[in-house]
Design a protein around this ligand. Structure first.
Ligand code: ADE
Ligand code: ZN
Length: 339
């Protein structure tokens, strides 16, 4: 506990944070009122107020139970200014916890399906990114995630549009990822999409081994040739030693989210997060918040929760935070500045 001020002051990088997952219930209700979006409060009493929503977020059964709230929540994002306000609020919070570099996810298909243009979303996030750099000296990158519970065709369409708009080529989008329900959507389903991204020289990551088996992690590496794995926690908790050594020797970054894993019942408690195993096996990893507004903790709360259970030393934490910076997708020059 005495390390909390140290952990707060430590310069950090975050790699696994969904901008839509940083939508706090208070802003959610504000935007619903502004945009005349009707929340399903007649069928789900949790939508009665920000307080009841916060309460409901305490009892997610699993990933899909959370995702139901996540997709309803983000339906209040309509105007460009909503997306900008959302991103800037997260950057402000992250900067206050000494996040110096953030690589953030967003889910365009969940908005374009409601009639919001991809350019509206992206240009608004860009405005927030520019303000974060000016106001906090914080660098940020956008990772466009595609939704795995929807057909491949929609993902390909969104990817193609982003590519044709020049967002990958001009660096507006730093990488492509994939998220949403994991089982039963094994990585090989998305081979064509990932092949196309690779062919265009686009960085690739995917959520795998969160609820899904270690096999999904191996498949993501073998079939999709991803450069990073988001979560991957089950490779560790199931003790897939062959996969663990493979991740270690390939230096593949796992973007881990301990509080999220507990809240979504992927692990029973923070004490059972495989932190010591990650360190002992020499797997590269970073500690992240995933969906902080839904899981009740930003990056610092994740660092502190681990510290409560594992009582690491200052040197261990310096190594973890430094590892998060070195594992980032910013330029080498920026990494040097950050260290
Ligand atoms: N979308 C937002 N958060 C997610 C998570 N933890 N897993 C899969 N998809 C997500
Ligand atoms: Zn995630």
């Amino acid at each position: 506990t005495s390390l909390h001020p140290f952990l707060a002051a430590l310069p950090k990088a975050e790699h696994h944070m969904h901008l839509e997952g940083s939508l706090e219930p208070e802003l959610l209700f504000q935007l619903a009122a502004k945009n005349n979006v009707t929340l399903p409060s007649s069928t789900d009493p949790a939508f009665a107020s920000a307080e009841s929503l916060h309460q409901r977020y305490e009892t997610f059964q699993n990933l899909d139970d959370f995702l139901g709230y996540y997709y309803i929540g983000m339906s209040v994002l309509v105007d460009g200014s909503d997306f900008e306000a959302l991103a800037y609020a997260y950057f402000t919070k992250a900067a206050s916890q000494n996040v110096r570099h953030a690589e953030v996810f967003f889910d365009p298909q969940a908005h374009t399906s409601r009639g919001v243009e991809l350019s509206t979303i992206v240009e608004s996030f860009k405005r927030a990114q520019a303000r974060a750099e000016t106001d906090f000296g914080m660098t940020t990158q956008l990772i466009m995630c595609l939704l795995r519970h929807l057909p491949l065709s929609g993902a390909v369409e969104t990817f193609t549009q982003a590519k044709d708009d020049g967002y990958f080529a001009d660096g507006t989008l730093a990488a492509m990822g994939m998220d949403s329900s994991e089982v039963p959507f094994p990585p090989p389903m998305w081979k064509d999409l990932y092949d196309a991204a690779k062919e265009s020289g686009i960085r690739r990551t995917i959520h795998a081994g969160e609820e899904g088996p270690p096999l999904y992690v191996s498949q993501a590496l073998d079939v999709l040739d991803v450069e990073r794995i988001d979560h991957g926690v089950r490779a560790l908790t199931e003790g897939d030693d062959i996969l663990i050594s493979r991740l270690a020797s390939a230096n593949t970054l796992l973007t881990m989210c301990p509080i999220s894993n507990v809240k979504l019942n992927c692990i029973p408690s923070i004490a059972l997060f495989p932190l010591r195993k990650l360190i002992a096996a020499g797997v590269r990893f970073s500690i992240n918040s995933d969906d902080p507004a839904y899981f009740g903790g930003y990056i610092l709360e994740n660092y502190c929760a681990l510290q409560e259970s594992f009582d690491l030393g200052v040197r261990d934490w310096e190594k973890i935070a430094k590892g998060s910076i070195m594992g980032s997708w910013c330029t080498e020059e920026r990494k040097t500045q950050l260290l």
